[in-house]
Design a protein around this ligand. Sequence first.
Ligand code: PLP
Length: 398
Amino acid sequence: MSNSITIQDKALNPLMATYNRFPITIVKGEGSYVWDDQGEKYLDFTSGIATCNLGHVPQFVKDQIVEQMDALWHCSNLYHIPSQEKLASLLVEQSCGDKVFFCNSGAEANEAAIKLARRYAQEVMKTEDYEVVTFRESFHGRTLATLTATGQEKIQKGFSPLIKGFRYLPYNDMDALDDLAGDKTCAVLLELVQGEGGVIPAQKEWIEKLSAICKERGLLLMVDEIQTGVGRTGSLFAYQQYGIEPDVVTLAKGLGSGFPIGAVLAKENVAKAFVPGSHGTTFGGNPLSTTAGVATLSYIKENNIVEKAAVLGEYLHEQLIKLLEKYPIINEVRGKGLLTGLVIPNAIEVVHAARNKNLLVLIAGPNVLRILPPLTTTKQEIDDCISILGSVLNECHI
Ligand SMILES: Cc1ncc(COP(=O)(O)O)c(C=O)c1O
């Protein structure tokens, strides 16, 4: 058959082509560094896309996971799991959430939040509302509901029919908020810094107005802190810098220091919409991932990692501003804490050139270079990153 592939092709490339992978194979990590299979060492300022917030293989987290591995890996959510209950307590103590649901990824957390919003509207408030408002250029995941929530056509292309009940508004647009509450709207879902969409922080006055409308019109305010959460933006959760109290917060990425976990935090009156049987997962909240979460949050608290990361974020920002002053090709430096972006044409070329000089950074859209150091980075590592970027910009004819 013409469209069959040979056994050799199968053996060479058995993966679906869902990623354009960079031409290196990472086999080891420690702190802010990774090594490839040729023994080459790289300064990793991608942190596994804002996930390895405590650096690679953090010893404290590793020790707790290894101890848990000796005791129990999985038992299902039909039984009590001590590390799950402990992690939920740590999360509610440190956030405005009262109850927690655990899952395995960011997309699953947002999927659960969307389901929770609909069920709250229909089963608790006894309305027929179902619509969730999201924003253009947002990113909320790859399941059918979360890619529908994502305000980017390129993510949705080829997956129609999309899920009914989403509406998109322009981000940071004051006037557009007049259309926030439609006839059937029950919730608003947004990132406080659009990560994948180009490292765009929400303006404070815009969020204040949005939050006020949500309160006035009885809409749930749901913040997607999958990329911004767990200290990334200079506070444990980004919403804490906006003076708002969301009804729902979604988390994943940094919560397990690289061990897969997702979570939905909700206010008590909203959380009660979920009862036995309304939502669930086999793996979510399992002993290993929640042990990783407990260790991560404990380490962060005991070592003042968030406060230190906020200072390092300011330092990184200052150094990037110096680059901007020196290289006119850079149009803007933006972001919050250690979620930073450089607006520069053809950012991917900088990514490749930096990798050739042993620095890993990312893009966020075609014109934004995204720099995501671990929260445990040092001034010296930031200086090294800046010096590599400087030498790339000297050589690159972008
Ligand atoms: C803001 C935001 N929401 C949701 C997701 C989806 O998370 P996951 O890839 O764990 O499904 C991401 C991933 O990049 C994200 O940045």
